[in-house]
Write a protein that binds this ligand. Structure first.
Ligand code: SF4
Length: 242
């Protein structure tokens, strides 16, 4: 189980309820990270789907190194089925877990051809039926296609949602449900990008840069507030003893 950050959010700090904080949180993060968008490079729905499938257990940078040549060679779903399995394995080898990914991609291409006229479906319930496409992958694809039907929860979204006290859950499905209750539907696609980029640039897992954070005053996990509070507590104890 990944580390939980739920305990870092202190209660009773008078920061306002989740629904009151979410608007300014989104507005400020959007202004701060105006370039926040998916880092994968793709030119079509099919390339998007394959890129997201390849990004499991590796970095987007790594995927972007492999896909230019891959997408020149494989342009339609049938192309992924027309080569020997070993050839596709070699072509995606650098993204890791190449055997599982090859199996998932070929299974998905087969289903696209048989059930969806070779097109990438828009509906989440269709996307999650594709072999090797879990809910997170389906959410990413649906959101990028302009049909967000859920909220992507990755490691950054999980950590920041917990620190911002938008959830008290650890399980991604429950976190997504909590976020869906508080994040306006119109923001479901961009909200994860904002948290992901804020997580990469400012709210790091080990050493969050709270002093440089544009939502510090809205965050119950701010290290600044805890150091002020503990300073006051120390001063209070000292004066009591004195
Ligand atoms: S950087 Fe600090 S203040 Fe900002 S969201 Fe993270 S924990 Fe909260």
């Amino acid at each position: 189980m990944a580390r939980s950050y739920v305990h870092e959010a202190r209660r009773g700090l008078g920061l306002g309820r989740r629904r009151e904080r979410i608007g300014p949180i989104i507005d400020r993060l959007a202004a701060e990270h105006s370039d926040a968008e998916i880092a994968l490079r793709f030119r079509s729905d099919l390339e998007l789907l394959v890129s997201v499938m390849l990004s499991a257990q590796t970095t987007d940078v790594n995927v972007n190194k492999v896909t230019p040549a891959l997408f020149e060679k494989y342009r339609r779903p049938a192309d992924y089925l027309a080569v020997p399995v070993e050839e596709l394995q070699r072509d995606i080898y650098a993204t890791g877990f190449f055997r599982q990914k090859t199996k998932a991609i070929r299974g998905t291409m087969q289903m696209l051809i048989e059930e969806f006229d070779g097109e990438v479906p828009r509906r989440l319930e269709d996307l999650v039926r594709l072999p090797g496409v879990a809910r997170k992958t389906a959410n990413v694809v649906a959101a990028e296609l302009g049909h967000a039907q859920g909220i992507v929860v990755d490691t950054h979204v999980r950590r920041l949602s917990q620190r911002l006290a938008l959830t008290r859950n650890d399980d991604p499905v429950r976190i997504e449900r909590d976020l869906q209750r508080v994040v306006p539907r119109a923001d479901w696609a961009r909200f994860p990008h904002l948290l992901i980029w804020h997580g990469r640039r400012v709210c790091h897992a080990r050493r969050p840069l709270c002093e440089a954070c544009v939502i510090e005053d809205l965050c119950p996990s701010s290290r600044l507030r805890s150091s002020v509070a503990s300073g006051r507590a120390r001063a209070g104890r000292a004066s009591t003893r004195g």
